[in-house]
Ligand binder design. Sequence first.
Ligand code: CP
Length: 325
Amino acid sequence: MPTQPNNSHLPFGDHKNAPWYGKDIISVKQFSREDLEYIFAVAHEMHVMVDHVGTFDLLKGKILASLFYEPSTRTSSSFTAAMERLGGSVIPINEVKYSSVSKGESLLDTVRTLECYADVIVIRHPEVGSAAQAAKAARKPVINAGDGIGEHPTQALLDAFTIKEELGHLDGLTVTLLGDLKHGRTVHSLARLLSLYKVKLNYVAPEILRMPAELIDELKAKGVEQTEYTTLDQALPQTDVLYVTRVQKERFTDEAVYESVKGAYVIDPKVMKAARERMIVMHPLPRVGEISPEFDDDPRAAYFRQMEYGLYVRMALLAMVLGKA
Ligand code: CP
């Protein structure tokens, strides 16, 4: 029989007075730097536990309702895996067309229904603000898994955790965000989260997909150094983290406009010759051509490791909002 690790030092157990017990996770604006340090520490311990025992019973008897109105592979399956690795179970509603949503049931009624059966609800919905509305209607914790082009806070948390685990720190880094910065909710959330650290942000995007001016102004007011480019060549050599994003076809009303920008940037071994030896390339995935598979074997390609870090961060968040961390 495998030996059980001694986990008496771990921050696990009943913590009903803990600050995140019963809380919703809707926006990265909720988090302080201290919160992030705490989440990173719990996520790190989750990684240790998964490596040692695979599954353990921290959330035994707890139920997650996983409600996805938009497609997902990583977020949906990693929340399911997180709950199951912690000994809990999941009500998966990944195809809302097979639920009563197809009969016209509203988001709020659907959430009110699911909270009768579950202890926590994870929701992805195409409308900005939908998760916040759901949270207002629900008594149980609601976690935003992406609200249209708004935010994707758990992705930003796992992105920041990836940087910490891969490079050891966030302060002092130059992070270059590349691709569809207009529609990319992951880059909106990540840029806000990184503003808690002393980072320099570069934005590389086609003119029509620039980072929203309001977000740039918000970060400028916090003193974050930001530079915009339309090509990567100037930004790449000084970059510690290159965060690549997909041009989001589903957000365009005119397909010809999408076609005109979809292949604007392609990261491949040749392009990456201009980058530092010690840096990482990240992508929230899925990718559709913006990172060549030829680059996948490069040690700087961190996007597959990034997905795994997402499991540990989501385990930490579920344990926190359910009062077990
Ligand atoms: N990164 C991310 O949100 O991926 P999915 O759309 O597959 O969940």
